[in-house]
Design a protein around this ligand. Sequence first.
Ligand code: AMP
Ligand code: ZN
Length: 436
Amino acid sequence: MEVNFWNPEVETMERSQLEALQLKRLQAVIGYALKTPFYQKRLSRAGISRPEDVRSLQELQKIPFTVKDDLRQNFPAGLLAVDMEEVVRIHSSSGTTGVPTVIYLTAEDLNSWTDLLARSIITTGCCRKDIFQNMMSYGLFTGGLGLHYGAERVGMTVIPVGGGNTQRQVQLMRDFKTTVVHVTPSYLLHIHTRLAEFGVKASDLHLRRAFLGAEPYSENTRLKLQELYGIDAYNSYGLSEMNGPSVAFECVYKKDMHLWEDAYIVEIIDPATGQILPDGQKGEVVLTNLVRHAMPLMRYRTRDLAFLHTEPCPCGRTHRRLSRIQGRTDDMLIINGVNVFPSQIEEVIMAIPEVGTNYMIHLTSAGALDKLIVKVEIYSKMFTGDLNSLDALKGKIRDRLRASITINPHIELHEPGSLPVFEGKAKHVVDNREKL
Ligand code: AMP
Ligand code: ZN
């Protein structure tokens, strides 16, 4: 397989050198953090009043975690470490889980972020000849402008269409022979259900790759998309607090995502105790941004659950790989006392060939018990009027889910295109249980 590098020296750096670079950058970040009252207080309590007070990477552990609430409480500018006139860009998180938070970037920060995205793009095998259609929404959300700048730096032809308007997306893909898209997996699934309406087959398109991110999805969803479009789909992970996409990206081997360790320090912790877990164990991802000075964030608890791979990657990059996000500490559902992550449900249903491209998880109360209803779209060829085969399919989906999550779900089958469509981040769970 052909492996291309954007910055070969950094991407294949030996571990000891990489750690030396991390330490140097960490000290610089501490210098900036000390300019904010928030971190000044926290760092001084940890015995750090100058950058040199942190002499090794291990000493990072003296610094307390930063959580989303710290950002909210210091909104809008309590974590700003430079003069406002140094700031060239503001981004904001989507605010789906409460009050939005804000992120500031200097020109140098923007340059570092763009460079990481150019690196990520080249890592997937794309090049300047590609026609890149960015279907992520532009604006305060980081998926639009972030990848846009990265793609331009690579020299790709960028179509900055943003999210939504499926007919136009398809038209643009045809007119300009788009080869790469950046999109949420749920929206790319949806586009597929609409192709026939526009008289287009997936094979009429010139798509070769997709960057998929911004929301949790299963390996089976990736496989489904690869098959439906005949493409290679790469996982991309990031969050606005850490700039946005650019934290971790898959290489051509697609063995999970290289986390760019020259730019981020990653720790995996036990979310209950805060203890650091060894590589390979699943826990909460904690990140420290090493290349943003306008707004340093140290040991930020992402709430995302994942693990780090230990074995080397055949591509030769030395940066450790982050697993697919397995859920969030705050999206776990407790159904009749059993812990279930929505991702477990998706993994099972997307492996069933008759299941189409969309699903919803509903929770209601039935007396003292919780009722789990899984609604799945199935391909129209399944609606032949043969009720027995539909019943058999329902039974199959129910049995496979029960085997995985130990709860007996109620299954509803729906026609393609009938469940809610999300052009940005999908919300597959509706919890209408009565709160006691
Ligand atoms: P935002 O800050 O609005 O960009 O949202 C970031 C969050 O989106 C992350 O903390 C994850 O929960 C989720 N996310 C982003 N990329 C992925 C991905 N590739 N897989 C799973 N979840 C993701
Ligand atoms: Zn690799």
